[in-house]
Design a protein around this ligand. Structure first.
Ligand SMILES: [Zn+2]
Length: 359
C-alpha cells in the first residue's frame, strides 16, 4: 500500500513554488492540494480515533503523506465540533471515521451566558492538533507550509446549538442567534490564534453556511458578517486566508469573494469556469476534483480526466489557481488514487501551463 507514492519528482519544494508563484516568477508545476485529513491515519497504519487523540500520530500521518506525495500543504484541523467539546459538547468516537456531534452544549438561551471562552485553552481537541502543528512546523517547516483547517463562526454556532435549532433561532429569535454566532466568532479566533502564532496558515471551513442551507440575505447577515471579521483578525498573522464552504455555493460566490479571503476553496458541485468569470479577478481559486466519485470510487483514467477538466477551466484564473480536491478525501480513498492525483498535477500542470496539455 505504501508503495503508492507518486512516480514523478518535482524540481522545487512547495515553499519555493509558492514563493515564486506569489512573486510572478516561473515555477515547475501547478500547486496541488489533495485534502488529506482522516485518510492520513491509514498511511501510518493506525485508526482514525487513535490519530486524533495523539499529537505525535497526527503529525506522523501528515509527515508520511508529504513523504509519499510531496503535495503543497500539510494540515491539522480544529473543526466546529471540536470547538464545541470545550464547553461540554460531546462527539461520537468512531474507530475509523470523523466524529459527529452527539450532544450540543447549548440547550437553552441561558446556557450561552454560562460558557467561558477560556475553556478553549485547555480543550484536548484543540491542544492535540496544536502540538501536532508545532511538530509539523519544526520537521517540515523548511519545505512545506502547515495549514490549520478551522471551523467558521456559523458552523461553530451550529455545533454549539445544533443545526436545526440554530436555523429555528434565526427565524424566531434572531437576537439570540446573533449573540450565539458572535460568541462562535470569538471561539474561532481564540482557538486559532495559538496556531497562527506558530506560523500556520488558516483555511476556514464553514460547511453549514452552504448555499444549500442559507439564502443570500440570511447568509449575509448570519454568516458572512462574521466570517469577514474572522478573516480580518486572521490577516494580522497570515495575509492569505483561504475560505472553504461545502456544497453548492454558486449563489454565494460574490459574498465569499467579498469576505476578504485571498483564495476560495470550492466544492466540486461549483463550476470552476463560472467561478472564474464571476470572481476570478478578485480571488485565487482552489479546487475541485470530486473527492467521492473520482478520488474514492474512481481510477487512474477518471482522475487524470478530472484534473485536466479542472485545469482547462481554471488555469488562466486572473488571480491564480491551485489544483485541489473539492473537499476532504473520504477515509477509504485508495492511496494509489492520491498518488495519481498529484502525478496528474505534474503531467498536465507542468509549467508553463499550456492548454494543449490538458485539452
Ligand atoms: Zn467541504
Amino acid at each position: 500500500m505504501l508503495d503508492a507514492s507518486c512516480a514523478l519528482k518535482d524540481e522545487m519544494t512547495p515553499h519555493e513554488r509558492m514563493g515564486s508563484l506569489m512573486q510572478g516568477k516561473p515555477i515547475d508545476r501547478i500547486p496541488c492540494v489533495p485534502m488529506i485529513g482522516a485518510v492520513a491515519a491509514k498511511l501510518i497504519g493506525v485508526h482514525v480515533n487513535e490519530m486524533l487523540q495523539s499529537p505525535r500520530l497526527t503529525a506522523d500521518a501528515q509527515i508520511r503523506s508529504y513523504e509519499l506525495f510531496h503535495h503543497d500543504s500539510v494540515s491539522v484541523c480544529i473543526g466546529s465540533h471540536a470547538i464545541a467539546t470545550a464547553f461540554g459538547g460531546r462527539m461520537t468516537d468512531p474507530v475509523d471515521d470523523n466524529p459527529a456531534m452527539k450532544v450540543n452544549p447549548i440547550q437553552t438561551e441561558q446556557d450561552l451566558d454560562r460558557l467561558d471562552l477560556a475553556d478553549l485553552d485547555k480543550c484536548p481537541a484543540i491542544q492535540v492538533p496544536l502540538e501536532a502543528a508545532k511538530i509539523l512546523v519544526d520537521r517540515l517547516g523548511g519545505e512545506v507550509g502547515t495549514g490549520l483547517i478551522v471551523g467558521g463562526p456559523f458552523s461553530v454556532a451550529s455545533s454549539l446549538r445544533g443545526t436545526n435549532f440554530l436555523l429555528r433561532e434565526i427565524i424566531r429569535n434572531p437576537e439570540f442567534a446573533h449573540r450565539l454566532i458572535e460568541f462562535s466568532l470569538q471561539c474561532s479566533i481564540r482557538a486559532a490564534l495559538p496556531f497562527l502564532r506558530e506560523g500556520v496558515s488558516p483555511l476556514i471551513v464553514d460547511p453549514v453556511a452552504s448555499g444549500s442551507i442559507l439564502d443570500r440575505k440570511k447568509a449575509a447577515e448570519f454568516a458572512f458578517a462574521y466570517t469577514r471579521r474572522l478573516i480580518k483578525e486572521f490577516q494580522k498573522y497570515a495575509p492569505a486566508v483561504v475560505l472553504h464552504i461545502c456544497g453548492n455555493t454558486r449563489k454565494l460566490l460574490d459574498q465569499m469573494a467579498d469576505s476578504g479571503a485571498a483564495c476560495l476553496s470550492l466544492d466540486n458541485v461549483v463550476d470552476l469556469e463560472q467561478a472564474k468569470k464571476q470572481v476570478g479577478d478578485r480571488v485565487m481559486l482552489n479546487g475541485n476534483v470530486d473527492p467521492v466519485n473520482v478520488m474514492f470510487l474512481g481510477n487512474k483514467d477518471l482522475i487524470h480526466q478530472a484534473v485536466k477538466t479542472c485545469l482547462a477551466k481554471a488555469w488562466d484564473n486572473p488571480r491564480g489557481y491551485i489544483l485541489a480536491t473539492g473537499c476532504d478525501l473520504p477515509i477509504k480513498t485508495p492511496v494509489e488514487n492520491i498518488a495519481e492525483f498529484v502525478d496528474a498535477a505534474r503531467i498536465y500542470g507542468k509549467w508553463p501551463l499550456d492548454p494543449k496539455n490538458f485539452s
